[in-house]
Design a protein around this ligand. Structure first.
Ligand code: GDP
Ligand code: MG
Length: 444
């Protein structure tokens, strides 16, 4: 996890306004952040140039509009964030539907990118959220196990899988669509073969499938972990097949997803979905805001809130999300977060989405485990109700009363005083970030 975003704001700390001089070091910090996130160098340069212009031009209007005192640092990060969102967003944000028959989605991409897995994830998501009736078509005729793999996934989600015992991918695709029509299915997702590298034979085969079935959607499935190679891969596929969109996969890993920015910039095609894990429910409709935060290393607050809503009851989640977005965050919220985290999956994945992500080094991130978290919970449980609701009682580091409170909590929870102090500090950082996020209006 890089420090770019934090560095950039620090560089501007105490500056009243942005100038040609003070913006440069901040831009350098953002540049490092983008390159660390695997954004293509050319794309990075272009992006920074836009930022420079915008940040300098807009400072006056922003001040006038908000009527507030906007610090140079806040303004700068907001500009970066907004520009990234604009870069990443697109007019095409959904699957293109066919009004005259089944909607066809052709999935293409390199081997191992996640095509087969995402064929199934997509079927599940579109069935659940868009009430479509999908058919999966196995047209990867090269790897012997490919059809079985899709069959197994289809069975898991109760979606029919069509294939034929032939090596002709075109025939499988065509017959698949006929089958869907005859069964009144309205969505056909065609899984195709990939290669380890871009290869003319593969492209020719995909072109034949495309002209035979005329899919409304040709989606490139691309592994976010391939980093800088994403540009070459995406432009090669786009050139031959004229993609309609992109599915970015494996965003659950350590990658910061800079590939998203490069792919969008180079092909002009929108990212429609993001894959965030091996299991079939790990597919999200792409949100530029979350991605922008992630690339900048400022965490994905909105995405985190989404996970919250899945893990706990909606009403309650909305209330606490709203509270947090308004900048309210006390030890009770913290405790609840800890409790919820257990239901949200591995702690590392959850942390990666919090504002804390940019503050924690990779090393420390790997050190955090679920046991630590429940130990932290026990510290909070040893606080009084008043302390939990008024964390500032523990903030006044030098005050005698804060110190004796911490000593009492340490004793009560069987922790060292340093552990308690660390927790309070961590909490304060987290609260500060939450407040900053809410100030930036990232909540909606
Ligand atoms: P294909 O060759 O393009 O069809 O790729 P597969 O669908 O067979 O996926 C290759 C590997 O990547 C498999 O082991 C998948 O479980 C894994 N995979 C796919 N999508 C994701 C994802 O979003 N996150 C993670 N961590 N693994 C994924
Ligand atoms: Mg496959």
């Amino acid at each position: 996890v890089t420090q770019g975003f934090k560095d950039a704001t620090l560089k501007l700390k105490g500056q009243a306004r942005l100038t040609d001089e003070n913006i440069s070091p901040a831009l350098d910090a953002i540049k490092r952040s983008l390159l660390d996130a695997d954004v293509d160098l050319k794309v990075t340069k272009q992006f920074l140039e836009n930022i420079r212009q915008k940040a300098l031009d807009e400072v006056v209007t922003l001040k006038a509009k908000s009527g507030l005192k906007v610090s140079a640092g806040d303004h700068f990060t907001k500009t970066c964030h907004d520009e990234l969102v604009e870069f990443l967003g697109g007019n095409q944000t959904e699957i293109i539907k066919n009004t005259k028959g089944p909607t066809v989605i052709l999935l293409v991409g390199l081997q191992g990118a996640g095509k087969t897995t995402h064929a199934a994830k997509l079927a599940k998501l579109l069935a659940e959220r868009h009430k479509m009736r999908p058919l999966l078509v196995a047209a990867d005729v090269y790897r012997p196990a490919a059809r079985d793999q899709l069959k197994i996934l289809g069975d898991k989600i109760n979606v029919p899988v069509f294939t034929l015992d032939t090596n002709d991918a075109v025939e499988i695709a065509q017959k698949g669509i006929e089958f869907a029509r005859s069964e009144w299915l309205d969505l056909v997702i065609i899984d195709t073969a990939g290669r380890l590298a871009i290869d003319n034979n593969l492209m020719t085969e995909l072109e034949s499938v495309r002209s035979a079935v005329q899919p409304q959607n040709i989606l490139l499935v691309i592994d976010s972990m391939i980093g800088q190679d994403a540009v070459r891969t995406a432009s090669a596929f786009d050139m031959r097949l004229n993609l309609t969109g992109v599915i970015l996969t494996k965003l659950d890993g350590d990658t910061r997803g800079g590939a998203a920015l490069s792919v969008k910039k180079v092909t002009g095609k929108s990212i429609l979905f993001a894959g965030t894990g091996e299991s079939l429910d790990k597919l999200e409709e792409f949100r530029p805001e979350g991605m922008a935060g992630r690339i900048l290393g400022m965490g994905d607050v909105v995405g985190l809130m989404d996970d919250f809503t899945k893990a706990i009851d909606m009403d309650h989640a909305e209330k606490s999300a709203n509270r947090m977005m308004e900048g309210h965050f006390d030890f009770n919220d913290f405790l609840e977060m800890i409790g919820t985290i257990g239901k949200m999956g591995p702690i590392k994945d959850v942390l990666a989405k919090t504002p804390l992500a940019s503050q924690i080094s990779e090393n420390d991130m790997n050190k955090v485990n679920d046991k630590d978290i429940s130990r932290k919970g026990s510290i909070v449980q040893s606080m009084t109700k008043k302390e939990r609701e008024n964390p500032d009682l523990l903030l006044i580091q030098k005050s005698q009363s804060a110190r004796s409170r911490m000593a009492r909590i340490a004793k009560g929870s069987a922790h060292s005083e340093k552990e308690v102090k660390d927790l309070v500090e961590q909490f304060m950082q987290m609260r500060q970030m939450m407040q900053m996020m809410s100030g930036l209006g990232l909540g909606g």
